[in-house]
Structures are given as C-alpha cells and as structure tokens.
Design a protein around this ligand. Sequence first.
Ligand SMILES: [Fe+2]
Length: 258
Amino acid sequence: MNTTDAPNEEIKGLKMDGAGFISHEEKHYSDEENAIWKLLCERRMEKLPTTASSAYLEGLEKLKMPMDRIPLFDELNANLEPLTGWTLRAVNGFIPAKMFFGSMALRQFPSTLEIRPMGRLEYLQEPDIFHDVFGHVPMHTDSLFADFVAEYGKLVTEYEVGSERFDAMARLWWYTVEFGLIRENDEVRLYGSGHMSSFGEADNVFLGGPEIRDFNLDEVISTPFRIDIYQPVLWVIDGFEQLRLAVDELRRRWDVSN
Ligand SMILES: [Fe+2]
C-alpha cells in the first residue's frame, strides 16, 4: 500500500466503526456450514483454473484460501494486509450503500458472515460469505485492482445514493467488480465476484450467452443492470489499469479533486 494514500478514518462524516460492523471471531460455524463452503469451493475449482483471471487464481494462493472450511478473517487479513493494505471486516447483513462503498475508500472490505443454505448453492441475489470472501477478496491481493477499488470508494462517497452520478458509479461497480471480464493471452477470463461465486452464470459466459464488448466507460455507466437475470451484456478489459483510468476519468469529468 502506498502510504501517501493512507485512508482517513472518517469520510464525509461517516464513522466506519459504527453500526453494521461486528466481530468475526465470535462467529462459530457448524459442521454443515463448513461442509457447504467445502462443496462450493470444490465445485467452483472444477472450472476456475481454466476460466478465471490469473490475478484471481494467484490471489487464492496468496491468501492461502482454505477450501475445506469457512476461513477466519484474521488468517486472511494476515496474508492480505501486507500485500495491498486491504482488510476484511465483518458486517451484520446488509449495510447502507454509502457505508458499504465508503469502507472501500478505507481499504476495508465488508463481508457478511452468513453462508447460503445447502438447498440454494447457486448464485444468490443477497450476499453471503462465499460471494464476499471467495468471490471478492482474492482480487484485492492484486495491487492494480486493489488501488482501483480504493479510488473508486473515494469517488463514490462524493455522491448521494440515488443521484445520477451515484447510479453511474454503481453501474461501473456492477460491470467490473461484480461481472467484469479480462482478456488474457487472447482469451476471455473472469474476474468478477458474481461469476466466481456462481455456477450457471459463469458457464453462460463461455456458452455465448452474453454479448461481450470491449470496455467502454460511457457505455458501462449508462447501462442499467438487473440483479435477477443473467447479464445480457458484459465488458472485457485488457488490464486492470483500465479500471483505475476509468475512475480517474470520471473524477476529471466531474471535477472532483483527489
Ligand atoms: Fe459482490
């Protein structure tokens, strides 16, 4: 982490130690919950080595992501924080959008502690720990991606939820962090958490399901999304520096200083 980017512990009057954050260490998982995590990992790892981006796969290694039980946040943070300054923080279910995105500016990734039930292993609309931790966190070991998300968090907290600019930022998040694609060695690979933590939608990418376009910031921020269908259009980047440049471009366009 670049210390000149050290986040302020308070953003726009939003204290990040308030409601919503909880202790992870008090959470104890049942054998069944750990078995669900193991099953989800086994099923995803059948496909991810040949479909996920190298940054994501290397992230799993760097984190020493446990595949046979739900990880403790402390053990992941011990591997994550020295790399990019990011840490995982436990939250109690949904937290307000402003708090969720604001925590990104502090390089704190909020994650729920609950895991999906055995009967619903497919992608869920609501987040669970498999989506948040297995889906999102490996990418935060990549310095370019980690810097992008922190810069994204700083910019998005400039805007009120429901404003046009907030909506534009939400679309940028959706089509990159959640469902972004990257081209590696002329092949399309996944890096979005929505794909990492799902089965059918990730497979659908390689079955010709979505239209795949080269990343275009104006298209992305003007394309509404739905969370209840497979994404009909996805955008592919050539490198993660494109994402940071996209945030810089919006900052310049909207005349927001660093
Ligand atoms: Fe997500």
